[in-house]
Design a protein around this ligand. Sequence first.
Ligand SMILES: [Zn+2]
Length: 410
Amino acid sequence: MSHGNATYRIWLELLSEKPVYSTHEHHMESHKQQQLNLDRLFNQSYVGWCKPAPANDRDLRAAWLDGIRTNTYFSWLQKALCRIYDVDEITADNWDDLSVRISAAHRNPDWHLDVMKEHGGYAGFLEDCYWDSGSDVGYPEFVTPIYRLDMWMMGFHAESLTNEGTSAHALFAQPPSFEAYMERFEEELRGRRGRIVGLKCASAYQRTIGFQAASREEAANVFGKHPSETTQAERNAFGDYVLARGLELAEALELPVQFHTGLAQLSGSSPMLMEPLIAAHPRNRFVLFHGGFPWIYETAALAHNYGNVVIDINWLPLISTSAAIHALNTYIDVLRDNGSIAWGGDTWTGEEGVGASMAFRHILAKALSERVEDGSWTAKDAERFADKIMFENTLRIYGLESKRSLFVYE
Ligand SMILES: [Zn+2]
């Protein structure tokens, strides 16, 4: 074992003693977690997203595993399953046996959270429950909701849905006027303030995040038109107006706003497209998700120039572990304040959440051990930064300091 590798091991061990508080999960309710087996775990994760698990056939499974084994979504989910269910690797031969054991474990309705606590070191997380926005999925002590803006930004017509098929019109018994719609939007945000700690915008899956200024008149003119009778420019103007109103409310209510940047629709999701909006709203806190991958330097540049940007590397260690190490190092270099960076898992199941936490601890141990090893940081600097990115920053940014007392650690 080389000296560098030994330092990495020491840091990984030290980090494994610390809790994480995730900024972003799509964690499913208990009754859905209880349906899981190995096939469903794959298909309910990014693994199945890139390549659905094959039919129940030994040769198909062997070929599928051979092809996906090097992908980082797969490798971290596999590492998590190995840790939780005590196997060495997943093969076509142990597939069924492991699958039965996963199902059996989930007879305990809290297994999904138990594994996150025990094997992932989670002390809590922020939930983006896009199918029932604002929900804590039944675990108010452990889960704190974020509220989605998308169904409001897309809601110029009842048939205009978000990427996930949701609509703000579900809240109205009668089709609302534009004025009633905007009033209700404000009431929802104000009324939910006690329970939610942030807002989220996932527009990048449906349109450009090059948000523009739009007038109330422009938005009112689109409202009520059937989607088929609108242009993309009109739909964007409506969303732009609702977002601008959302940002005013977020400022008044002191809610950070999380934005999906990168991937999604590749053209139109570069974080650089958000520069005018970030510059125009210096008192809003813009949380740029996923490091903007693949535009990790663009995110770094925005954080370098704007004090109201928070970099959130959730999902990034799973997308590309090597890119995440490089990106984290770049962010550490350029951030004006190392209080403006956070992490989340961005997963649906407890098992995948464990993998996400392992991936994060790995990239953090890599970056920190190298900095200590080459003398650029003291061990004290490194540990201080670890505490910040693992939980402290998130608790401060989202006003969750009271949760600190829940931490076993310290
Ligand atoms: Zn997500």
